[in-house]
Structures are given as structure tokens and as C-alpha cells.
Design a protein around this ligand. Structure first.
Ligand SMILES: [Zn+2]
Ligand SMILES: [Zn+2]
Length: 327
């Protein structure tokens, strides 16, 4: 099969022939139809998230099951599925026993401890695959498996109540979905972005208000929840002032900057919440909004041969809003 292989730390991605894998016990083989690029692919290539090279990256995989391994009973050849980041875990530690596999130190991450989806075929543990709704195309589904899942998980984890206001900080690969999810769930939705050129698009996606920063947010009455979707904690720190009393900020983008909190947080009972992907019920819901036409993926598509160009676009933050390899 053809695959995009990262040969070494900081290596140049190269598309080459590698052996097609065969499913082991409890595994399925997917013929990949679409594979989204995530900024995390950059973090892994640069060694900021450790892996062993050579490595095929890609953790927004969707495709069709073409072979099943021993012991697989709930999936069959022909099923359309996608695979999230956490594919398997030890099953024995405290966090696995509590049903919180995202905290398992032995977890197997797609494209990190396994070969990922920037390839014609990929193995996956059958139990973690999610069936795709019939009317959702592969290109629409792929970015939901990381970007959509992450942002909807974060919104759910903030536990917003009726009448609360949600602000989305950053309108990139996660943020443009955050605006749509918040609106689809019925919340008054505010986008925080410095990009004047994104204002019309963000309003078309469902934002009721668009402000430049925390001060702008405060001036229009503030928000109860801020989803910090970008990679800048400087921007997140600046946005904290726009939280209303009992407000929550959800951090979901990785940053090397520290978050700065002032003692205003005490008087306001501000909560800072870290969040990744909080369980498959949120993945189910994230896909269901796409199936209902309430959330739409906006992506640039590339062929597998052209993946280096897609990676460059992601690296420079130029992809609008996601780069997806379509097979
Ligand atoms: Zn990702
Ligand atoms: Zn475990």
C-alpha cells in the first residue's frame, strides 16, 4: 500500500510503498477513504508528543472495513467507520477500571503507538471504531474524529446550562466547529477573533456576536463559558477577563506559553478546565450534528501524493479550516 511515512524525528514526510498490514485478534483493516491532518501531526513530527519513528501519522481516519480479525463480532466487512485517538488501553489500571481510558498511561493512540491513517489502509481495534451515519460523507466525517470530538467534548464538559452564553476563542480548525456546535446546541454564541476577514464567515456559521478579545467580550456582557480552541495561552489569559461570575474556561489547544490568572478569578469563582476527548458518547453526538446538517466541515482536500503540501499548509496555519487527504 501507499503511505505517508515520517522517517525520523523532524523528518520530511515521504509517500512510499509499505506492506499492507493484516488484522490481528480484535482488529479490523480499514480501507481509508479520508484522513484529516491535525496540528498534532506537527507536534508529533517535531517530537513534542513522543513516538517511535518511522511512523505513519494521521488520527482522523474514516473508511470502509475490508477485513476483520479473530474475535471481532460487532463489525463486519463493508461497515463505514471512523477511529478516534484512544484506540485501546490496558484495561487494568484505576482509570481503565473507572471507564476513563483517556487517563490510562498505557493507552494506544492512533498514529502514535500504532500506524495512522495517512495511508491507503490502517488497522484499528474493532471496539473503538465508530459507525458513521449513512448520510455523512467520508470527507465530512474525518475531521470530526479529532477536531469535532475535541471541541464538542470540551463544550459538554463545561456543562453549560440553558440561558448561558458561550464564547469561542480562536476561529481555526477547532473554533469554526465550536461556533457551529454551540449554536446547534441552542446557545447564544460569541466568536472571539482578531481576524476581521473572518467576521462574515463566523456570523454565517452561527455566531451572534463577534469580538476581538476579552475586553470586547466583557463590553457586551461577558460569557459563562469560553472554549479556548487555539494554541495561544497568551490569548486565553487575555480572554479570562471576559468571563462572567461562575464562568468556565475550557483549554483544548496545546501551547508552550503559561496561562496567566489574576486574583479576579477568586472573586468571580472562575474555573479553568482542561479537556481532551471525553468519551465516545460525545463522539456519537458530534457526528450526529453533522448527520442532521447542523454542523458542516469546511476543509481543503488533497491526494495522498500531495500530503507534503497539505502538511506545509497546516504547519503555517494556512489551511482553511482543515486539510483532509481524500482517497
Ligand atoms: Zn488531532
Ligand atoms: Zn489502563
Amino acid at each position: 500500500m501507499k503511505a505517508a511515512v515520517v522517517p525520523a524525528l523532524n523528518g520530511q514526510w515521504e509517500v512510499k510503498e509499505v506492506p499492507t498490514p493484516e488484522p490481528g485478534a480484535n482488529q479490523v483493516l480499514l480501507k481509508i477513504h479520508a484522513s484529516g491532518l491535525c496540528y498534532t501531526d506537527v507536534h508529533i513530527t517535531k517530537g513534542e508528543i513522543p513516538t517511535e519513528f518511522p511512523r505513519i501519522l494521521g488520527h482522523e481516519p474514516v473508511g470502509e472495513i475490508v477485513a476483520i480479525g479473530e474475535g471481532v463480532t460487532s463489525r463486519q466487512v463493508g461497515d463505514r467507520v471512523g477511529v478516534p485517538w484512544v484506540q485501546a488501553s490496558c484495561g487494568r489500571c484505576e482509570w481503565c477500571l473507572r471507564g476513563k481510558r483517556m487517563f490510562c498511561a498505557q493507552q494506544i493512540g492512533t498514529g502514535v503507538q500504532t500506524q495512522g491513517s495517512h495511508a491507503e489502509y490502517m488497522l484499528a481495534y474493532a471496539d473503538t471504531t465508530m459507525l458513521l451515519p449513512d448520510n455523512v460523507s467520508y470527507e465530512q466525517a474525518a475531521p470530526i474524529f479529532c477536531a469535532g470530538y475535541t471541541v464538542w467534548s470540551g463544550l459538554r464538559f463545561a456543562d453549560p446550562k440553558p440561558h448561558e452564553r458561550i464564547a469561542i476563542l480562536g476561529v481555526g480548525g477547532l473554533g469554526y466547529l465550536g461556533v457551529q456546535y454551540s449554536k446547534a446546541a441552542g446557545f447564544e454564541t460569541i466568536a472571539i477573533t482578531h481576524s476581521k476577514d473572518k467576521e462574515k464567515l463566523v456570523r454565517d456559521l452561527g455566531a451572534d456576536e463577534v469580538v476581538a478579545d476579552g475586553e470586547g467580550l466583557k463590553a457586551i456582557g461577558g460569557a459563562d463559558v469560553i472554549l479556548a480552541t487555539g494554541n495561544s495561552y497568551k490569548a486565553a489569559s487575555a480572554a479570562l477577563g471576559g468571563l462572567r461570575p461562575d464562568g468556565r474556561m475550557v483549554l483544548m489547544g496545546v501551547s508552550d506559553e503559561p496561562l496567566q490568572v489574576t486574583s479576579e478569578a477568586i472573586m468571580n469563582r472562575t474555573r479553568i478546565i482542561g479537556s481532551t476527548q471525553n468519551g465516545s458518547e460525545y463522539l456519537y453526538e458530534a457526528l450526529d450534528y453533522v448527520a442532521k446538517g447542523k454542523v458542516k466541515v469546511i476543509a481543503e482536500t488533497y491526494s495522498l501524493n500531495d500530503i507534503s503540501r497539505a502538511y506545509e499548509r497546516v504547519l503555517k496555519g494556512e489551511a482553511r479550516f482543515r486539510a483532509v487527504i481524500a482517497m
